[in-house]
Design a protein around this ligand. Structure first.
Ligand SMILES: O=C[C@H](O)[C@H](O)[C@H](O)COP(=O)(O)O
Length: 219
């Protein structure tokens, strides 16, 4: 079974958490694209969605699903999103698709964060395989990069990428995140950082893993 099939399995399994008449929080990325595709079958049963990226919004609308602005809802029951890495404590690295800030906002609105991943995303220590994305206001790029070096990382400017918020991304290599909560706070305190891709303060509640052995649910 290839990675896409594992993503599809996890995405399909997330449908059982979608309540009729609800507004669903929807993240972004290739695994979420599988979820959006599956959600299409429930388009006439749900009230709509709040999307964490323009790309997800476009895909939802194409399936006839209404998309609400985050300011139009007071809360969400569930938020469904993928991850670049997830550890046994259900903490994640996200932002491989540069949507981290809106993902943090929409996931914060939700009672339950349901993370859908294929088994290749599971790690013991965050930062083991994936560089940590940090969204930065463009004029602060060099300053923030120097601060990240000071913290032991190796930042790399993601050339040609502008986020949905008009900012840039620094991908930080060689950051082993032994204390994810502390590092999430430390990075967010650097002037010019909009947010960083550690999701530890707001971690997942339910993880659905697609693998060659089938779907595993970690609740
Ligand atoms: O900015 C992108 C998001 O955080 C994605 O959820 C993450 O990169 C996982 O994407 P994919 O499902 O394509 O591996």
């Amino acid at each position: 079974m290839d990675q896409l099939e594992m993503k599809k399995q996890a995405a399909q399994a997330a449908l059982k958490y979608v309540e009729a008449g609800s507004i669903v929080g929807v993240g972004s990325g290739s695994t979420v694209n599988c979820f959006i595709e599956a959600l299409g079958a429930m388009a006439d049963q749900i009230k709509g969605a709040v999307a964490a990226s323009k790309e997800s919004e476009r895909r939802l609308l194409a399936l006839g699903i209404d998309v609400f602005n985050a300011n139009e809802v007071s809360g969400l029951d569930i938020y469904v999103d993928g991850a670049d890495e997830i550890n046994p404590q259900k903490m994640m690295i996200k932002g491989g698709g540069a949507a981290l800030t809106r993902e943090k906002i929409v996931s914060s609105l939700a009672k339950k964060f349901i993370c859908i991943v294929d088994s290749t995303k599971q790690v013991d220590v965050l930062g083991s395989t994936f560089p940590l994305p940090v969204e930065v206001i463009p004029m602060a790029r060099s300053y923030v990069a120097r601060k990240l070096v000071g913290l032991g990382g190796q930042p790399e400017y993601r050339e040609g990428v502008v986020t949905d918020n008009g900012n840039v991304i620094l991908d930080v290599h060689h950051f082993k995140l032994m204390q994810p909560i502390e590092m999430e706070k430390t990075l967010n305190n650097i002037a010019g950082v909009v947010t960083n891709g550690i999701f530890a303060l707001r971690r997942a509640d339910i993880v659905i893993v697609g693998s060659t052995q089938g779907v595993q649910i970690l609740a």
